[in-house]
Design a protein around this ligand. Structure first.
Ligand code: FMN
Length: 180
């Protein structure tokens, strides 16, 4: 069947969900979940995501020039959900959600300690894409917990990343299949 074009993106799912952490100009942190996320380039390492133009995340990035893409596992779903609350500018979702700021190595924005992987990014480009702003970041540091990356392979079953299906529904990696 044809579906309403306002709902098209709901069938491009599940999508990995990440928590993007930033700071404002006076150093107060912010974090929000995003599932419109994709790798854009390997060399140079570029990652992109699309944000509504009014979100604090995108406003902070444009002012400060950096952000961290934090990859969460299933155990922090409830805390991730709390980070989607629309708090006033300058109030950090990280502490309110019971998460912990982790000082970054290469950028001003802090990471989130409870996430198993963190990509520290510097703003590379941004452009209007319809009703969203697409932000492209250059990854300047990629960290993943030791247990989840062996022989250049991401141990996806062990890490158990969250995926967003839509609304309050999330998916998990149930099974990995391999082409012969
Ligand atoms: C699972 C999930 C995925 C989301 N993905 C996006 C997204 O890709 N783009 C977007 O603009 N908002 C997305 N949102 C909504 C924002 O996280 C939410 O509006 C948040 O309050 C924005 O926070 P900020 O103003 O602190 O940046 C998502 C929310 C949830 C719960």
């Amino acid at each position: 069947m044809d579906i309403n074009l306002d709902l098209w993106y709901r069938i491009l799912a599940p999508r990995p969900v990440v928590l993007i952490s930033t700071v404002n100009t006076v150093g107060i942190s912010n974090a929000a979940p995003f599932s419109f996320v994709m790798p854009c380039s390997v060399k140079p390492p570029l990652v992109g995501f699309s944000s509504g133009p009014k979100h604090h995340t995108v406003k902070n990035i444009i002012k400060t020039g950096d952000f961290v893409v934090n990859i969460p596992g299933r155990e922090i779903l409830a805390k991730l959900w709390k980070c989607a609350e629309d708090l006033p500018a300058g109030v950090s979702e990280i502490k309110k959600a019971g998460l912990t700021e982790e000082k970054s190595v290469k950028v001003k924005s802090p990471g989130i300690r409870e996430c198993f992987a963190r990509l520290e990014c510097k703003l590379h480009d941004r452009f209007r894409t319809g009703d969203h702003i697409t932000v492209v970041g250059r990854v300047v540091r990629a960290y993943v917990e030791d247990n989840y990356f062996k022989n250049k392979e991401f141990k996806v079953r062990q890490a158990d990343p969250l995926m967003h299906v839509g609304g309050k529904r999330f998916g998990l990696v149930g099974k990995i299949i391999k082409i012969q």
